[in-house]
Design a protein around this ligand. Structure first.
Ligand code: DHB
Ligand code: FE
Length: 282
């Protein structure tokens, strides 16, 4: 790995922690009973592993040192979003009838620039990667178009890096807010992202290496789609043929979320149509 890549990976963790703190996603209202029940179960689960696996003092101390390092490296958002968020998403979206959701991950930034249709995500003049036209329609569960739905799209570049988390990338690169037309239709030009390796030079990478796992997520588009009177959906879309679709370190792929782009008719690159279905607000 090059020095530049290492610096980038470390910066991503610290950036994700700073961003999470700014966003203050905390519910201050969790009852004492609920805290006691949840914390008690987590503590019991850890104790059960220690007893079942006969964990030694050496192993316990290695675990303690590693937990300390996760915090020092700013990698709690990465750790949780890779290994835990998929279950939280499953619970949160279990009663939806519309499009499938997926994890948000650590690299969402609100208020990306608004783009006119047909939209082109902000990108560098020489942005590497295969051009991709991503288009479709936003509908409700009854099949009617949702006029003026807001589509927020963000994704990694062709090297797997996210703007605002890896250094040297323009602020809003490959991030945009797009309003669908009166028929719920949208057309967005971007580049196809590359498979993404979670930072390997910090505590999460140390765990992956020590366990003999791999660090890859399949290439993905991140999306939030919302409209008044409808539930916001946070999701990801993947690409057929990507070797990590069946083996995502973050367990966040669902078959309904895998795209199959085709060569773009009369143009460069590829195109794909994906329609979103929004559930009504509760
Ligand atoms: C992580 C990165 C992602 O791009 C993502 O979608 C999920 C998790 C991570 O590094 O933790
Ligand atoms: Fe991602």
């Amino acid at each position: 790995m090059t020095t530049e890549t290492q610096a980038t990976a470390a910066a991503s963790g610290a950036g994700a922690t700073a961003r999470f703190r700014e966003n203050k996603h905390f519910a201050a209202t969790t009852s004492q009973e609920r805290v006691s029940a949840l914390a008690g179960r987590v503590i019991k689960a850890v104790n059960d592993v220690v007893l079942d696996e006969k964990v030694s003092y050496d192993e316990y101390n290695a675990f303690k040192a590693w937990l300390i390092r996760v915090g020092e490296d700013g990698e709690w958002p990465l750790f949780l979003d890779v290994w835990v968020e998929h279950s939280v998403e499953e619970v949160a979206n279990s009663s939806r009838h519309g499009s499938k959701g997926s994890i948000e991950g650590p690299y969402y930034v609100p208020d990306a620039p608004s783009l006119e249709l047909p939209a082109t995500l902000p990108m560098r003049d020489d942005e590497p990667g295969t051009p991709l036209l991503f288009q479709g329609q936003v509908r409700n569960v009854a099949g009617a178009p949702v006029a003026g739905a807001l589509i927020e799209l963000w994704h990694a570049d062709d090297l797997g890096f996210y703007s605002q988390f890896a250094p040297g990338i323009p602020e809003w690169n490959l991030r945009g807010s797009i309003t669908a037309d009166e028929q719920g239709n949208f057309q967005i030009n971007t580049i196809q992202p590359a498979p993404y390796q979670i930072p390997t030079d910090g505590a999460c990478g140390a765990l992956i290496a020590a366990a003999g796992w791999h660090a890859w997520r399949p290439a993905h588009l991140h999306l939030k789609v919302s409209a008044p009177g409808h539930q916001l959906i946070t999701t990801q879309l993947y690409f057929e043929g990507d070797e990590h679709v069946a083996d995502d370190i973050a367990s966040a792929v669902k078959p309904e979320l895998v795209l199959a782009p085709t060569p773009r008719a009369g143009g460069q690159g590829r195109e794909v149509t994906y329609d979103f279905v929004l559930d009504p607000e509760d």
